[in-house]
Design a protein around this ligand. Structure first.
Ligand code: GDP
Ligand code: MG
Length: 442
């Protein structure tokens, strides 16, 4: 999947000190392939990778984000941007009723959406009317009446028993009815076909011309993959639309459609449909979609928390120490462990972030109660021992063990891990002290 591919790309950047030209090129190439494989349209891919490349090249070297995290952050922000930034409001008519027409293939979720929109508009204080202009399928009118009842919203339907009605006439009379009865928003449900065809497109265009909609919402099944772009393009050419509703986002669609449709048609995604029930409906949030495409939960929140948890000043302090006389003490080691303890509750989230792979492995073996024991051990040492553990001989080890309620084996283990940590800190200092500090020797 797209997310898997991106994850693999990001984890290959693990442990790098900074983003090199070659890293960026390789990463961008991989992102391009991953997006193409995920059925994202070529122009969308091109726009996206160009933007990521430019931003990665000019990225500030961050003291608290490693290169993988930096790329994740850039990709995430760029996804939000290309998905439309902030979502816009529905365009309401200056003189009611506002007319919203729904268009899209059969099965896209138009009728379901009509009910959701009706219910949502009612909550917003509007008086909506649903209009049944899909007379193609025998049960279509009935289906709209059912969702209207569920939503507690009135439905305008053609009179029964007159044979095949005229969907254009129904739409026109529906809007007239709304004007008379003071409904302020009209949602016109229309017919679709399984595939795009000229007759259906013409019918939709005729309905459009009859009611002059303030919004034409193109309903797109997020799960149709590569066909999303051609379908969207066909509707853009045949009827035109002002906004997009992505439906079936509760499935495992990863959002390739969202990325493409926005870039190819320029129309913003306004709403997301996430299930069959009325309440499975929300304003479209580009930031959530970006996270979904990356499949990593709320990446930004995660990064912010990681940044907070490891206080930058302390990091700089530690790096300076290493660059100077190499004076890394047990007290510093303890401090690192305490930092890691703060990250403990984030363990689950860190597992979702590929860039945090190294830290994740360490956290897996990390036991919070261990920090408490290490605190006790370090506190049982003299200040001289803390800054130079080499002076701790055998008899001191058993004294410290007794004083801290631990064993000599544990003291030995701690001192061994401290030595490993010290070596690791030296190499970190040599590389400029950048990146999240790992838990040494875990
Ligand atoms: P229309 O032909 O465009 O009017 O599509 P419908 O509204 O009749 O929906 C087609 C099918 O998709 C129905 O079985 C709906 O219950 C289902 N459906 C619509 N929207 C969603 C959604 O967001 N998620 C899921 N899981 N199913 C949906
Ligand atoms: Mg329908």
């Amino acid at each position: 999947s797209l997310s898997d591919r991106l994850s693999a790309t990001f984890s290959s950047l693990r442990g790098k000190g900074r983003l090199s030209e070659a890293d960026i090129s390789a990463t961008v190439a991989e992102i391009r392939r991953a997006l193409l494989d995920a059925d994202v349209a070529v122009p969308a891919v091109r726009a996206f990778t160009a933007a990521v490349r430019e931003r990665a090249a000019s990225a500030e070297v961050s003291s608290s984000l490693n290169p993988a995290q930096q790329i994740v952050k850039i990709v995430h922000e760029q996804l939000i941007e290309i998905l439309g930034g902030a979502s816009r409001e529905l365009n309401l008519a200056k003189r009611p009723p506002t007319v919203i027409m729904l268009a899209g293939l059969q099965g896209a979720g138009k009728t379901t959406l009509a009910g959701k929109l009706g219910s949502w508009l009612k909550e917003q204080g509007h008086a909506p009317l649903l209009v049944a202009s899909d007379l193609q399928r025998p049960n279509a009118v009935n289906q709209l009446e059912v969702v209207g009842r569920q939503a507690g919203v009135s439905v305008w339907a053609p009179e029964r028993g007159n044979g095949v009605g005229d969907p254009v006439q129904v739409a026109r009379s529906g809007v007239e009815h709304a004007r008379e009865k003071l409904y302020d928003v009209v949602v016109v449900d229309t017919a679709g076909r399984l595939g795009v065809d000229a007759e259906m497109m013409q019918q939709a265009a005729d309905i459009r011309d009859a009611v002059s909609p303030d919004e034409i919402l193109f309903v797109l099944d997020a799960m149709i993959g590569q066909d999303a772009v051609t379908t969207a393009q066909a509707f853009a050419d045949g009827v035109g639309f002002t906004g997009v509703v992505l439906s079936k986002l509760d499935g495992d669609a990863r959002g390739g459609a969202a990325l493409s449709v926005r870039t190819v048609t320029g129309a913003p995604v306004l709403f997301a449909s996430t299930g069959e029930k009325l309440r499975d409906f929300e304003r479209f949030h580009p930031d959530r979609m970006a996270s979904r495409i990356l499949d990593m939960g709320d990446v930004l929140t995660l990064i912010e928390q990681a940044e907070k948890a490891f206080d930058e000043d302390q990091a700089a302090d530690l790096a300076n120490k290493m660059a100077g006389d190499g004076d890394f003490t047990l007290q510093d080691f303890l401090q690192q462990m305490q930092q890691l303890k703060k990250l403990g509750p984030m363990k689950k989230m860190l597992e979702m972030l590929p860039g945090m792979g190294q830290m994740r492995e360490q956290l897996e073996n990390f036991d919070e109660s261990e920090v408490t024991r290490i605190e006790a051990m370090v506190q049982s040492m003299t200040p001289a021992e803390r800054s130079n553990p080499k002076i701790i001989n055998g008899s001191r080890r058993s004294r410290i063990a007794r004083g801290s309620g631990t064993t000599v084996t544990e003291i030995n283990g701690l001192l061994e891990r401290f030595e490993q940590a010290k070596t690791m800190m030296r190499s970190m200092a040599a590389s400029g002290g950048r990146g999240m500090p790992g838990m040494p020797g875990a």
